[in-house]
Design a binder for this molecule. Sequence first.
Ligand code: MN
Length: 230
Amino acid sequence: MFAFSPRIAALPIVRREDQFPVRRVYCVGRNYVAHIREMKEGDERDPPFFFQKPADAVVAGGADVPYPPQTEDFQFEAELVVAIGGEAVDIPVERALDVVFGYAVGVDLTRRDRQRESFKTGLPWEVGKAFDCSAPCGAIHPVANVGHRLSGEISLSVNGVERQRGDLGQMIWNVPEIISNLSKSYRLQAGDLIMTGTPAGVGPIVPGDRLVVSVEGLAPLAFSIAGKEF
Ligand code: MN
């Protein structure tokens, strides 16, 4: 027998004792027109698409995030996170919200220089997106408490200066459309998180920076960037 047990990432649930165990982390790319324009990559008429981060990339509860290796351009992307609470296979848009357990505030941290190399070479995005501690996420608010978050302000500040501001209503694919589309390719199950894309304003961060991310109706997520881990 191996004398170890893998660390299962889990997120606190607002006003509950139990935690939400994370099974998978899906992310939506290119889901706000204003962010597509600032990236100057691809055609803004191209549809959104999906990629994944490892479940243990989730950093819960505002803990510090180390500055990752292999980048000189470490960037934030403020995102609404959808927590899935039931199974969905090829679910129609009209029923897609039934499998949402709750919502949280998250950040899709990105090694932008590595991601831009992937655009050029056509090689996979993992090195740019799917690295250790790349998915800080706040506590999950159950739908029972906060309803569905389909519109409302999303914003991010660094050291008290606002850097991103948008509205969830600006998503190209809204939450039910994301779930329905994703469930055509994957069997969604309880414990899955979906990071739903970022509005305009993404930019670099360095050790010592303090980030505060807010989505209207949810508790903000605040965390700091620590020094290089290795
Ligand atoms: Mn993103």
